[in-house]
Write a protein that binds this ligand. Structure first.
Ligand SMILES: *[C@@H]1O[C@H](CO)[C@@H](O)[C@H](O)[C@H]1NC(C)=O
Length: 350
């Protein structure tokens, strides 16, 4: 860790060396296997200060051939119907940032570019075996409040499925079982902890088990890291203490570090769940229990020139906030890039 950190500091000078060293670390790294297959689709926090797996993969993306492959399973080609479960105490202002981001994906083309919709066009290029593209239509069609913390303030990967089961049982009117295009999104408030949160996970996606929920439904969990670990899950709007002397956090576009950071993780998970909802469609790597999906490969990249802890060249608003795409209602967002299999590179809004 010390070695990595001192290299980070010298990044501008020793770039080729750094890349080589990371390459060496990857070769030496233990395979990313896990005893729990639910680990396979996690958003591993981007850690600028350590040689973590995601760190290595990003540095190497431009160096190594990425073999993004289709494994014959379905992708989300029907209109995507998002059901949000707000777990814990959420402010109206926070919900509004997230709802605006989601409704920006299918917003009219009249949005100023670069837009959230243009960013999603990279996802739409992925198809299933019939040649059908991933849908351009994403709509929040149902919301459920779980502000009583029905399953406590410490959740595990499996207990998230119980949160979904309870929400479905309680609220079939606004939260129906939708096996055609339904996508269940559990968003936890900043005082909720998740198994491995901060240390190894900022979000994940998977599908529910019939034995737990009664159906196989794609779902994702993303936490608000504002209180617990913004320097990990809302980087670069917060940076670790020991880096503070060399790097100032970027100002977040909607004045909420935790939620603005979450937006990029939501984008990450949405892109992956759409292209790999049952973990048998689009991913790179030979190991299906540790797939490298279309957002994993571009974690930490927000603009041209992104590398190391540097997020890339991004726009700065008149209020000094950093962003790389426009959304509805004048919103701005900073969302990570995604893998474009045609060009074999990470892409922002096209
Ligand atoms: C659908 O996928 C094909 C193959 O990747 C791509 O060429 C085409 O542009 C996609 N259509 C849309 C609307 O993105």
């Amino acid at each position: 860790m010390t070695i990595t950190f001192s290299l980070m500091m010298n990044y501008g000078i020793h770039r080729p060396l750094l890349v080589l060293l990371f390459a060496a670390m990857l070769v030496n790294a233990a395979p990313a296997t896990s005893d729990n297959s639910l680990l396979s689709t996690v958003y591993r926090p981007f850690r600028p200060w350590s040689g973590s797996e995601s760190r290595d993969s990003k540095a190497l993306v431009q160096q190594l051939q990425v073999n993004m492959q289709y494994h014959m399973g379905p992708v989300l080609t029907s209109d995507i119907h998002v059901y949000i479960i707000w777990y814990g105490a959420w402010k109206t202002s926070q919900k509004s940032i997230i709802r605006d981001f989601l409704s920006s994906i299918s917003a009219p083309a009249s949005l100023p570019g670069p837009s959230v919709q243009q960013w999603w066009s990279t996802v739409q290029k992925y198809t299933d075996q019939t040649g059908a593209n991933i849908s351009s239509s994403i709509t929040v069609v149902g919301e459920h409040e779980d502000n009583g913390y029905s399953h406590g303030r410490e959740l595990s990967r499996l207990s998230v499925q119980e949160v979904i089961r309870s929400a479905l049982a309680e609220n079939l009117g606004t939260l129906p079982v939708n096996t055609k295009g339904g996508l269940y999104m559990v968003l936890t408030a900043e005082d909720v902890m998740m198994q491995d949160y901060c240390r190894a996970v900022c979000g994940f996606h998977y599908f529910t088990f019939p034995s737990k929920v009664g159906y196989t439904l794609p779902y994702t969990w993303i936490g608000n890291s504002g209180k617990s670990c913004p320097e990990t899950c809302a980087y670069p709007f917060a940076v670790p203490q020991f880096m503070a002397a060399s790097m100032s956090p970027l100002k977040s576009p909607n004045n909420d570090v935790g939620v603005d950071g979450m937006v990029s993780v939501i984008g990450h998970e949405l892109a992956e769940i759409s292209s790999n909802p049952l973990i048998n469609a689009w991913y790179a790597g030979e190991n299906p229990s540790a797939p490298r999906e279309i957002a994993d490969l571009c974690e930490g990249m927000y603009g041209p020139g992104a590398a190391g802890g540097y997020p890339g060249t991004v726009a700065v608003s008149q209020f000094g906030a950093s962003y790389n795409m426009h959304g509805v209602r004048g919103r701005k967002f900073l969302v990570q890039w995604l893998w474009n299999a045609d060009t074999n590179s990470c892409a922002g809004p096209l």
